[in-house]
Ligand binder design. Sequence first.
Ligand code: 2AM
Ligand code: CA
Length: 256
Amino acid sequence: MDRFDVAAEMIQAAGEVLRRCHLEQAEVRQKTGHQDLVTFWDKKIEQQLRHAILTAFPQDSIVGEEYPPEESCGGKVTWYLDPIDGTTNFINQHRNYAISVGCWAGDTPLFGMVLDVERRELYWAKHGGGAWLDQSPIHVSRCRDITEMLLTTPGLQYTFLERHPHQEQLIRLARRVRAVRCLGSVALELCEVAAGRADMFVTMRSSPWDHNAARIILEEAGGAVFTMDGGHLPLNQKSTVLALNAVELKDHIFCV
Ligand code: 2AM
Ligand code: CA
């Protein structure tokens, strides 16, 4: 099996585990505070994914949310894993959470997969092969009028309410768009833009495991990703993220 097939098999097996699990109160822990949580299942699933990858490709590197990076022994392929993206949704709703698996050769994308676990929907893209939702091709929206756009952002608090250098710009943008939606999962929200159900996405907080799978899917669907400053989105650092349904939109969204 090649890396894509290993990823497809392991992500579906992990989804099955999460759909069947019953989360106990004692399995939830705070990381940096009461709005940043981790569960027994985040760790369990990441262990399961790491084991599947390293069994098949022991030379590969792994960057995942819950454990220190697994350094490569000579290979140049890196996997970016988020075992549960949208942990708060997993805890409070048991829906609207994803497993995110991105695979890169240095800074060249190989493929990205995002499983919407409870809907049993797999978003995926191979570099140069278009973007897909299960067997159907997906594409970003054609909308170019900002007043008709849906803006999605995972966290109302940290996008609009906390002080940060882009706060005023974002509040102005929120007044111009048709509506703002908060789903609570970076990976699923980037896929919403890829599938044309939202037109743009912003977050003030994202990590490589949150966005390095879905960014491949979004770019293959015709969209573009940047930092909030309009710069290149880094592969290996925490960053702000701005995602658009068209690269040209970047020069227009903050000009009012
Ligand atoms: P997570 O569920 O894997 O933690 C909404 O919280 C979205 O923002 C989720 O995709 C979440 O990923 C992500 N996120 C990134 N950094 C975060 C942070 N410091 N606190 C809360 N959510 C964070
Ligand atoms: Ca996570």
